[in-house]
Write a new protein. Structure first.
Length: 190
């Protein structure tokens, strides 16, 4: 159906709409509009994906609460000690220990770090974690040069004990995960 609204077009307007300038600017506007729509849909998609990951993580966490190990704020220092890296998110450190906390598939969302370690890596990490001794861990702890990252790390005996106290639990956690052939999902706030 065709519908006419208002008075008919002025003949000079008709000439403008058939001009090259109009055709060029119309195509540019159409292209700009598509880019804007694409950017907007990508932002919506990212937000929807972010929300979906958060909901999935929440559901997984609730369902597997008994299988969880809370490392509190020690996870960052433990990762640096085990991986032998000074950088927060460096997966190129000592293999396979660099995968213990921040290894595996990256599923990060906003300020939430989420990693999924697959079964072959879980088995490797479990084996290598079993060899970690307090003396070895202390040498790594003292090696970390950055005196304070996000207020989570100090070079003193209390802080070392805080970090080391999680290692036996982490060793048992990975040993059990490997024995039961389970993946390991890590999540923590940055």
């Amino acid at each position: 159906a065709l519908t006419l609204l208002g008075p008919g077009p002025d003949p000079s307007e008709l000439e403008y709409y058939s001009s090259e300038h109009y055709k060029h600017s119309s195509k540019k506007m159409e292209c700009d509009s598509k880019i804007f729509d694409l950017e907007e849909s990508l932002e919506d998609k990212e937000e929807k994906q972010s929300n979906a990951v958060r909901r999935a993580l929440s559901a997984v966490s609730k369902k597997n609460r008994k299988l969880a190990l809370d490392l509190d704020k020690a996870w960052d220092g433990i990762h640096r000690c085990l991986s032998g890296t000074q950088e927060f998110d460096d997966q190129t450190g000592d293999q396979p220990l660099s995968h213990c906390i921040l290894g595996g598939a990256i599923l990060d969302v906003d300020d939430l770090v989420i990693r999924l370690v697959d079964l072959p890596k879980v088995v490797e990490v479990a084996e290598h974690l079993s060899w970690v001794t307090e003396e070895w861990f202390r040498s790594r702890y003292l090696w970390i040069q950055e005196p304070d990252f996000l207020g989570r790390f100090r070079h003193d005996e209390d802080d070392f004990s805080y970090h080391w106290s999680s290692i036996p639990y982490l060793q048992e956690y990975y040993r059990k995960a490997a024995a039961e052939e389970k993946l390991v999902l890590f999540s923590g706030d940055v």
